[in-house]
Design a binder for this molecule. Structure first.
Ligand code: HEM
Length: 181
């Protein structure tokens, strides 16, 4: 059993970013399907605009979260966890962090290369530095964006299952380390 918890800033960022990602993924799939079906109406354009603005905001929060994480030490795991469980947790968390960077960076690079930087209310995102305008390159970035986003969704589901196992089966306080209070 552990009673040490993550810092309030880390817990707040964890839940805000989780909510944003679980909104961005279905909206991303919905708008892409409408785009592929050539349904370029007001709804599709709004979905794209909001997805880009929300996704870029998520990128800024994710970078903030990584900086906070690098400056803080994580609370220790309970002694009841095996070495294998701790290594698996570290591996999955590391991959989730990597994908949380790759997904929005690839989306931003894609809209820079396309170019399609306009978002809500005509507000333009800044172009990603050093990315040229090139349709073929944009398609490659969007492909990476899609594959990484689906991999992120799969890993996040595994992460949720593991967290619920700690809460319901193991009852070892690991879930509560990240729960808001
Ligand atoms: C963590 C943040 C993000 C997540 C989880 C996410 C997720 C997704 C998903 C699941 C799709 C659907 C892929 C498909 O089925 O083809 C998508 C599409 C798209 N996303 Fe994101 N996204 C994020 C950030 C961004 C950012 C920052 C931008 C741009 C500034 C962006 C721009 C786009 C665009 C333009 C598409 C359509 C791509 C196409 O038409 O092939 N996304 N996103």
């Amino acid at each position: 059993m552990t009673d040490q918890v993550y810092r309030p800033a880390q817990r707040a960022l964890h839940w805000i970013i989780a909510l944003m990602i679980f909104t961005l993924i279905p909206v991303g799939i919905w708008m892409s399907n409408r785009g592929e079906a050539n349904l370029w109406d007001g709804l599709t354009n709004s979905l794209y605009s909001w997805h880009k603005l929300f996704g870029f905001t998520a990128l800024l929060l994710i970078v903030t979260r990584i900086v906070v994480k690098l400056r803080a030490t994580a609370p220790p795991y309970p002694a009841s966890m095996t070495k294998g469980e701790v290594s698996a947790a570290h591996a999955v968390h590391g991959l989730i962090y990597l994908l949380m960077l790759i997904v929005p960076l690839a989306g931003w690079a894609g809209v820079t290369a396309f170019p399609a930087l306009v978002t809500v209310g005509g507000y333009n995102l800044p172009p990603m530095p050093f990315v040229p305008v090139n349709r073929g390159l944009a398609e490659t970035f969007f492909f990476i964006h899609k594959v990484a986003a689906i991999s992120l969704a799969v890993l996040a589901l595994g992460h949720i299952a593991a967290a619920l196992r700690h809460l319901i089966v193991k009852k070892d306080g690991v879930f509560q380390r990240m729960w808001p209070r």
